[in-house]
Design a protein around this ligand. Structure first.
Ligand SMILES: [Zn+2]
Length: 160
C-alpha cells in the first residue's frame, strides 16, 4: 500500500484519481472513505497479486484488513490527541496530526508522510515529517475545488 500511495502521487494518471482523496478541506472519518472508485478497484490488483505470491491465508488477510481499516479511520479522524502523545505515537504508527501534513495544500508537506499504517516506511525513505503546528495546516488542494459534489468528484480525473 505504501508503494501504491507513492505511485498515486508520482505518476500523472495516478494523481488524477488520488487527488479526489485530497480534495477534503477538513479531515474527519469520512475522509478515510473519500477515494475515487477507480483507485479503489485498481489498488486491489497489486493486493490480490501479493496475496497469491505469498499465499496469505483468509484469516491473516482478515486480521490485516481489520487493523488497516481501524488505522485508516484513526489517522483521517479529527481526534485530538495531546500533541506530545500524537508526536510520540507517530514514531511508530500514522496519527491524525502526522497525516494532516500529507493532506496539506503545501506541495512540500504533501510529498511526505505517505505511510498508512507504520511510519517506518517514511523513515526508510526520509519522508517522515512531523508538523510543528498541525492546527495551522491548510487542508485540501490549492486550487479551489474543495466543494465539489459527488458527480464532480467522480468526473474529476477527466478534467484535472
Ligand atoms: Zn496521498
Amino acid at each position: 500500500m505504501y508503494t501504491w500511495h507513492r505511485l498515486m502521487h508520482s505518476v500523472s494518471w495516478g494523481w488524477r484519481f488520488h487527488q479526489v482523496h485530497h480534495t477534503d478541506a477538513s479531515m474527519n472519518i469520512s475522509t478515510a472513505y473519500r477515494f475515487h472508485l477507480v483507485e479503489v478497484f485498481l489498488s486491489g490488483i497489486p493486493k490480490l497479486f501479493l496475496i497469491w505470491v505469498f499465499g496469505i491465508s483468509p484469516s491473516h488477510l482478515l486480521i490485516y484488513e481489520i487493523l488497516y481499516a481501524i488505522e485508516l479511520v484513526f489517522h483521517h479522524s479529527n481526534f485530538a490527541l495531546p500533541l506530545k502523545i500524537d508526536k510520540c505515537l507517530s514514531d511508530f504508527i500514522v496519527t491524525p496530526n502526522y497525516h494532516r501534513a500529507h493532506h496539506s495544500q503545501s506541495w512540500q508537506e504533501t510529498q511526505s508522510n505517505y505511510a498508512s499504517f507504520l511510519t517506518i516506511w517514511d523513515k526508510l525513505f526520509k519522508l517522515h515529517y512531523y508538523p510543528q503546528y498541525p492546527d495551522k495546516i491548510k487542508l485540501g488542494l490549492e486550487k479551489s475545488n474543495n466543494n465539489l459534489n459527488i458527480m464532480e468528484l467522480i468526473l474529476m480525473p477527466l478534467y484535472h
